[in-house]
Each structure stands twice: as C-alpha cells, then as structure tokens.
Design a protein around this ligand. Structure first.
Ligand SMILES: *Cc1c(COP(=O)(O)O)cnc(C)c1O
Length: 221
C-alpha cells in the first residue's frame, strides 16, 4: 500500500464523528484513486467535469463523486447522470440548469450553495447578500430535481489564522441563517482544505475537502 492509503487512514482516524472526508483527487490518475479506494475511501472530489466523468467510467460504481470546482452550465450534462453532490452551486442559472438536466435523467441531485467569504476577489461563490435574497425569494421552491443540502466555502489563502477563522465563522453563520428556509436535510457545511481543515472543524465543518495532504503536491497541466 502506498502513501495515499496511509494518509487516508491517518486522516480518517483523526476526523471527529460527523465530519466526512472528501478526498480531492483532481489531476491524479484513476490508479491513484483506486489505491485510496482500496484503503476504504469512497468520496472523491473533482473540479473538472470531463475528468470526473472519465474517472467515474473507469472506477468502481460505489464511489460518491463530488464536484467541487466552478461548473459551467454547458458542462452540467457530463456529470448530472452520476454526481452525488455539487459543492459549487454559485448562481441561480447554474442551479436551474442542474435541475433541468436532473429532471431529464430522472434524478434528484444534491447541491451546496457556495458562498464567497475570502478576501480574494478571484474566488467564486455567491456574495452573501445576494444569496440571502435568492433564498428569501423562494423561487427555488419550484425546482423539483435539486435538493439543497447546505453551504460550501473557501477561506482566504493566508497565514493569518484569525482571518481564516473569521471566514469559517461567517460560513457557519450563513449556513445557520439559511437553515430556517430549508428542512433538516440542509445539514452540510463543507469547509476546510489541507492547510486549514483543523480550524474549519473547530468552526463547525461537517465535510472537509482534502487533496495535497493525501495525494501530495499537484502538478497542473
Ligand atoms: C483543490 C481544492 C481543494 C483541495 O485542496 P488541498 O489544498 O490540496 O487540500 C479543496 N477544495 C476546493 C474547492 C479545491 O478546488
């Protein structure tokens, strides 16, 4: 067994009950995922639709595939037939496209509302005030084939632990505020990555998305 399997085992032991682990396998080949699978990991996160579809086709069918990267509406069709959770639902248009595609597939797709809390403008997600308006409007209630499961966010990329903590606290607050509009299945707070997941857990994360700490540094093509 290789390093990824060892890292999966030690992380799984370390995470408190109620916090699930998304192994972020973007850029890594199917063989590496198979090794983590053999160590018991079943949830994998990807950020590119076609890459995720190819891996879905190549790997065991009891894997839960999570889309964590920005999703364009014209790419929704590649993943809706099998995806377990879309973390990156960041606009009304995208959510409506997922709903329409899911209806055609006869599926209901779970989504998280991605919220922009980081200092960087480049990061994606709803601005909190726009998200609150969208949810308050209730227009999402007409959607039959998406189920809103909670909130996802990325903290500022900084060494300032106070700032990271403030971002996670903001996400937890938004999740709790929005919870009033949904039923008890709005239960997921996806926050925390390799460098900040311990802080995220202290702030109430229920799902951490960890890549490099499992698989090593990525090389982007
Ligand atoms: C790549 C990525 C991760 C994992 O990042 P690591 O620092 O490698 O753990 C988590 N969440 C999102 C949205 C990502 O794009």
């Amino acid at each position: 067994m290789g390093l990824a399997a060892d890292n999966i085992r030690s992380l799984t032991e370390q995470l408190p009950a109620g916090v699930s682990l998304v192994a972020v396998s973007k850029t890594y080949p199917a063989e590496t995922i198979a090794e983590a699978y053999a160590a018991g990991q079943r949830i994998f996160g990807e950020s590119r639709p076609l890459e995720m579809r190819d891996k879905y086709e190549a790997l065991p069918k009891d894997i839960e595939w999570h889309m964590i990267g920005h999703l364009q509406t014209n790419k929704v069709k590649y993943i809706v037939p099998f995806v377990s959770l879309i973390h990156s639902a960041d606009s009304r248009r995208l959510i409506e496209a997922v709903d329409a595609c899911a209806a055609r597939c006869g599926r209901t797709v779970d989504v998280l509302l991605e919220v922009h809390v980081a200092a960087e403008e480049s990061k994606s997600g709803w601005e909190p005030s726009e998200l609150v308006s969208y949810v308050e409007s209730g227009e999402w209630r007409k959607l039959r084939n998406v189920r809103f499961r909670g909130v996802m966010g990325i903290a500022t990329n900084t060494d300032d632990i106070g700032r990271i903590r403030a971002d996670f606290e903001a996400l937890a607050r938004i999740k709790s505020e929005l919870g009033a509009y949904f039923d008890q299945t709005f239960d997921t707070l996806s926050m925390g990555m390799s460098d900040d997941y311990e802080i995220a857990i202290e702030c109430g994360s229920t799902m951490v998305r960890i890549g490099s700490r499992i698989f090593g540094a990525r090389t982007y093509r």
